[in-house]
Design a protein around this ligand. Structure first.
Ligand SMILES: [Zn+2]
Length: 390
């Protein structure tokens, strides 16, 4: 009898949920959101001529899929691979990557995208029914240890910079090589690295700590006079990899008004995926030569994470940092494996349904999807204004 009662309760609860969430309802709520994704790497393909307007199903991102997914604003990664450090080609690459966003995406499809550099731009462009296109540099070596280049990048529209990629540069340690004894490390940020942080504050460029070593995170947080972000990182408590943030880091970031934008890479969401991905990486050739083989091996050997894993990471970050400290930084087209249920940019409505089913209110999802990062952008813009006035 007791079991039957329990069953009845469970059934009525789940029925209540399914009844209250028709597809039309999820769609209505999803379309009412301003969804801002802070990291997408389709630029590494458009720079080689890939047409984002051609609706092929060979990647995670194209215009039709962005519209289907209800993406309101997209930060495109101006990714400078570590290999460009050799021969000082990083600035050249950064300029090529900026060109592919401004010319290869925005100018090519003016009815679909509009260039944005501020929080107000994003809101205005969203009201016009277009996708706001923004840029963040991935890899601080792009400035070639020169504050002048940092200022040039700001003038060209860069609104965040990920302090490192997987490589330690001349002024900041990376999580990607912090345990490699052959790499010269700095114990976080050098004095010049701290100047970079201050110059970013002065310009109004967001400081992004995804990819950095833990000590670099703590140094950047202490130095910055504005909130900082993790543009595409997840939670180490749920998936223990160096690319993810510890609870202590999430709490400290939140306390200073920052946001962690949850990454959808299988290997950052699920430890099972992470272990399999590590084995594949170690068994295939690094770099472009081995890339096709790596992707093939990934498809065979890495079990995908799931939509539920993404929700778990969002929920964990909210519990640790609060509802104002969490957002979305998918890393679509920058990773070989995406979660079941969130395979590409068109699938964002599935996340809305899952968050609603988890009990998140529309108001709270609105914060996660865009409200929080807009608040950080405004705080960063205000700090720049304050410094200009002094
Ligand atoms: Zn990255």
């Amino acid at each position: 009898m007791r079991a039957i009662c329990l069953l009845a309760i469970v059934l009525s609860v789940s029925l209540a949920q399914t009844r209250s969430l028709t597809d039309a309802e999820v769609e209505r709520i999803h379309r009412s959101m301003l969804l801002i994704d802070t990291h997408n790497d389709i630029t590494s393909r458009t720079v080689d001529g890939y047409d984002i307007g051609k609706n092929k199903n060979d990647g995670h991102t194209n215009i039709a899929a962005l519209k289907e997914g209800g993406v309101g604003a997209q930060f495109f990664a101006v990714y400078v691979a570590p290999g460009y450090v050799k021969g000082n080609r990083s600035a050249h690459r950064a300029l090529e990557m900026i060109d592919t966003v401004r010319h290869g995406i925005i100018e090519r499809y003016p009815n679909d995208f509009a260039f944005a550099a501020t929080a107000a731009d994003i809101e205005r462009i969203h009201k016009q029914g277009k996708i706001a296109a923004l840029m963040g540099i991935e890899g601080g070596h792009a400035i070639e240890d020169n504050l002048g280049l940092l200022r040039d990048y700001f003038d060209l529209g860069i609104r965040y910079m990920t302090l490192t990629h997987t490589n330690t540069n001349g002024w900041a340690d990376s999580s990607g090589d912090v345990n490699k004894p052959e790499v010269e490390h700095h114990n976080g940020l050098t004095p010049f690295g701290k100047q970079v942080i201050h110059e970013m504050n002065r310009l109004g460029m967001m400081i992004d700590i995804s990819h950095v070593a833990d000590k670099t995170f703590w140094d950047a947080l202490a130095e910055s006079r504005a909130p900082i972000i993790a543009s595409h990182s997840s939670c180490r408590a749920l998936c223990n990899v160096p690319r993810n943030m510890t609870d202590e880091m999430i709490a400290a970031l939140a306390k200073k008004g920052g946001v962690i934008q949850i990454n959808f890479n299988c290997g950052f969401l699920s430890e099972k995926s992470a272990a399999a991905a590590k084995a594949v990486q170690e068994s295939t050739l690094p770099g472009a030569a081995g890339e096709d083989a790596t992707i093939a091996e990934y498809k065979k050997k890495v079990p995908p994470a799931t939509l539920e894993d993404v929700v778990a990471h969002i929920d964990h970050a909210v519990k640790v940092g609060g509802i104002d400290a969490v957002g979305i930084g998918s890393d679509f087209d920058g990773v070989f494996c995406t979660p079941r249920g969130l395979e590409d940019v068109s699938k964002f409505p599935n996340l809305t349904r899952a968050l609603l089913e988890k009990g998140y209110s529309e108001e709270n999802i609105r914060k996660i999807y865009g409200g929080n990062i807009l608040r950080v952008m405004r705080a960063v813009e205000a700090e720049a204004k304050r410094e200009a006035a002094n």
